[in-house]
Write a protein that binds this ligand. Structure first.
Ligand code: FAD
Ligand code: SIN
Length: 536
């Protein structure tokens, strides 16, 4: 028996929760499906803050100009203008929901600075902005009577008429979303969910890389689900590497916020030289792609495993009050940021591409919406301006919620008998080892061959490896009883394939995509589109 909701929201980060609240406030029944506990999301780890124009000395047009500059010619200017214009109102709503942004001693809001911003415009809650937002939104969700949250449910695949036996698109008026399959990971069974509309708010893809700032949930599930359903996915080559993650010998990569450089921290190489002036006039506050490439180049020149972030010029009081979380982490790793430099390296951080949407968060499949990091609205173009993602998520959730309510009012909804999942029943513990091996191989392949500086040869090598893994995983998928790690690996492989596919299409260097074979920017390339038939 399927469970039915007006709208199913997949994901409980800022995008999913904001959308769910708005749809419920419009009187609709919402089911939130989330694969871990509700708070576990990229949102929960966001540090620097949320960018929006709130000061008298700032102006939305300046925010627009900075965003366009970062996007390197690939932003949709109309989208940039609309999303940023909605920013201040969305901030006000977050405040109404209880987000207590940090203030200066005189009661004015404290505004941080990050790379590429011409003004101080980042609202923050010390260095735990994401946690504060997540808590406020979850608190509001708890109070709602029309939202049901299902934790430990893993959304697997969308159901469309094409997947319902004996039912075709024409019979229902058009091809559209009817629901989805989700694995109840605590009871180990797949359940069917029916819905008038579905929102994908599944976040990013950082886990396809060996080193990432992202938590374990970031395996690109929503992008893979959309891609398998034939929905347009674009600009996947634009993976943003954050310049400064704390270097450890293991694969942990705790973020050291760009806001620390905003307060005066300086990058230094192994000789102690402040090197950023050689790469960009904005020095340590240059755009992220420039800083990450500069660090990569310094590390290659010296053979060192990291560079240093020198925080010794920042007052201890500022370090402790503004960055308590970062300060505590460094201390736990034996570094006192007031007297010692922090070892830092770039790590995969954010995906600028994703499921293509318009300004109503509508995808190319009727009834399917996407917002937050999973979506590609045209705001970021080839490189995201720092702290624009939390803003985009909340603005687009609000716009999408209005659109979905209109859609539900207009659509001719007919109850359809949805299919029941048929599981393979084969389990072989030896084969689990192979899965684990393949998991590592995806991450290593992407890190080594599809990283900050790319070449055609390395991308082609990555494609060959990922194609082999894709064949293997597809065989597993249809024969084995599914579990979370199998589902995640399948998604990661597909998402890796789309990144490589888009990277190979783009025979130019632009924004985050830097390829030695084509070092110049070319007018011949617009948005890339992830093709469906990767496996040949
Ligand atoms: P997420 O917050 O990642 O939420 C995704 C949700 O989907 C999670 O609940 C997850 O469990 C769920 N999910 C995923 N797959 C499935 C599935 N198959 N089934 C069910 N549920 C699923 N941006 C800024 O603007 N400012 C910052 O200061 C900032 N700092 C950052 C610091 C760090 C360390 C990181 C990692 C990112 C940071 N970012 C920042 C980026 C920003 O946090 C994210 O882009 C944003 O939070 C994404 O929100 P989201 O709602 O789209 O996705
Ligand atoms: C940071 O705090 O440096 C992360 C900000 C972001 O990713 O936008």
């Amino acid at each position: 028996m399927a469970r039915y909701y007006d709208v199913i929201v997949v994901g409980s980060g800022i995008a999913g929760l904001s959308f769910a609240l708005k749809v419920a406030e419009a009187g609709r029944k919402v089911g939130i499906i989330t694969k871990k506990n509700s708070a576990e999301s990229n949102t929960n780890y966001a540090q620097g803050g949320i960018a929006a124009v709130t000061s008298q000395t700032d102006d939305v047009e300046m925010h627009v100009a900075d965003t366009l500059d970062a996007g390197d010619g690939l932003c949709d200017e109309a989208a940039v203008r609309e999303i940023l214009r909605d920013g201040p109102a969305s901030i006000e709503e977050l405040v109404q929901r209880g987000v207590d942004f940090s203030q200066l001693g005189d009661g004015r809001v404290s505004l941080g600075k990050e790379g590429g911003h011409s003004k101080r415009r980042i609202l923050h809650v010390r260095d735990v902005t994401g946690k504060a937002i997540e808590e406020a939104l979850l608190h509001a969700i708890e109070k709602s009577e029309t939202i049901e949250t299902l934790e430990h449910f893993f959304a697997m695949d969308l159901i469309t008429p094409l997947k319902v036996p004996g039912c075709d698109a024409d019979e229902l008026g058009s091809n559209r979303v009817l629901g989805l399959f989700a694995l109840n990971t605590q009871e180990d069974r797949v359940e069917t969910f029916g819905a008038g509309a579905v929102l994908l708010a599944t976040g990013g893809i950082g886990q396809i890389y060996q080193y990432t700032t992202n938590p374990y949930i970031a395996t690109g599930d929503g992008i893979a689900m959309a891609h398998r359903a034939g929905v347009e996915v674009q600009n996947m080559e634009f993976v943003q590497f954050h310049p400064t993650a704390f270097y450890t010998k293991d694969s942990d990569r705790f973020l050291i916020s760009e806001a620390v450089r905003g307060e005066g921290a300086i990058l230094r190489n192994m000789k102690g030289e402040a090197f950023m002036g050689r790469y960009d006039a904005r020095k340590d506050l240059a755009l992220r792609d420039i800083v990450a490439r500069a660090i990569d180049s310094e590390m290659k020149l010296s053979g060192a495993r990291h560079v240093w972030l020198d925080t010794r010029g920042i007052e201890l009081e500022v370090l402790q009050d503004r960055f308590p979380n970062i300060y505590a982490y460094c201390q736990s790793r034996g570094i006192s940021p007031d007297t010692e430099m922090i070892p830092v390296v770039p790590a995969a951080h954010y995906l600028c591409g994703g499921v293509k949407t318009n300004l109503n968060s509508e995808t190319s499949l009727p009834g399917l919406y996407a917002c937050g990091e999973v979506a590609c609205t045209g705001l970021h173009g080839a490189n995201r301006l720092a702290s624009n993602s939390l803003l985009e998520a909340v603005v687009m959730a609000n716009r999408g919620a209005k659109a979905v309510v209109r859609y539900l009012d207009s659509v001719h909804s007919r109850e359809v008998d949805l299919p029941v999942w048929k599981d393979g029943d084969f389990r072989d513990s030896d084969e689990r080892v192979v899965l684990l091996h393949n998991w590592d191989e995806v991450k290593r392949t992407m890190w080594d061959y599809v990283g900050i500086v790319r070449t055609k040869k390395r991308l082609e090598r990555a494609r060959t490896r990922i194609q082999t893994l894709e064949r293997e995983i597809n065989e597993y998928y249809w024969n084995f009883k599914v579990d979370e790690s199998l589902l995640e690996l399948r998604n990661m492989i597909l998402v890796a394939a789309t990144v490589i596919d888009c990277a190979l299409q783009r025979q130019e260097s632009r924004g985050l995509h830097y390829i030695l074979d084509y070092p110049e920017k070319s007018a011949d390339f617009g948005n890339s589109c992830a093709k469906r038939a990767f496996l040949k």
